[in-house]
Design a protein around this ligand. Structure first.
Ligand code: C5P
Length: 227
């Protein structure tokens, strides 16, 4: 069978990464969570005082992009690739509400996108990869053999993210999470550079009322037809 690129895009917390991970495991493909890369750059910007709720030192961040080294390392125990920022595992640090509330601001910066898109294209050049994000089917791999676009109602999505955050021991309210999901979707789909939108040739999946198992089976059967 031939190796293909599977691009999965969609709004935040649509369960993209869950489906992407399962699919990669089943097909024995690599999986790349591009959101983690934007989150890691955001975390770096926060730590260095380049971004906060009330400010953004865009020039400073751009000047320092060359000092940001990102890589993924497979964790055998967790069966999952974890992201490293300048040699440090930052999986936990990048999933906080603080990062979530700043990431859309950072990901609207063209220089940041340019750097990360280049790295993503490099990772997929051998194909045999499942990548999820916002612009994978439109910008990173416009020639991907399979493109999926995931949607679900904002409430359903906020509810999923809320449960996830509680499970990880975060102290947040549902309203706060809902507001963040809506704000991110708005900024992500209205930004100038690479806005979130469905690629013309993407298959749309509304999973508001679909269980994970059914969703996965449907996605897998579509993927198998492409391979
Ligand atoms: O996928 P996740 O929700 O972790 O992504 C976090 C944020 O990173 C998104 O809200 C978006 O602003 C940005 N992002 C992006 N392009 C991608 C992946 C993520 O702009 N390909």
């Amino acid at each position: 069978s031939k190796k293909i690129i599977i691009a999965i895009d969609g709004f935040s917390s649509t369960g993209k990464s869950t489906i992407a991970k399962e699919l990669a495991k089943k097909l024995e493909y690599a999986y790349v969570d591009t959101g983690a890369m934007y989150r890691a750059v955001t975390y770096y910007a926060m730590e260095n005082g380049f971004v906060g709720l009330e400010f953004l030192k865009e020039d400073k961040l751009i000047e320092n992009l060359k000092n940001i080294k990102l890589n993924f390392r497979y964790n055998e125990k967790l069966k999952f690739s974890e992201i490293y920022l300048n040699g440090k595992n930052v999986e936990r640090e990048i999933r906080t509400m603080e990062v979530s509330s700043l990431v859309s601001k950072i990901s609207a910066i063209s220089a940041v996108r340019k750097m990360l898109v280049k790295q993503q294209q490099e990772m997929g050049k051998e194909r045999g990869i499942v990548m999820d994000g916002r612009d994978i089917g439109t910008v990173v791999f416009p020639d991907a053999e399979l493109k999926l676009f995931m949607t679900a109602s904002a409430e359903k999505r906020a509810n999923r993210r809320y449960k996830e955050l509680l499970d990880k021991g975060n102290d947040v309210s549902f309203e706060e999470v809902l507001k963040n999901v809506q704000e991110r979707d708005y900024i992500d789909s209205t930004r100038k550079d690479s806005p979130l939108k469905k690629a013309k040739d993407a298959v749309e999946f509304d999973n508001s009322n679909m269980g994970l198992k059914e969703q996965f089976e449907r996605v897998l059967s579509i993927a198998e037809r492409c391979i």
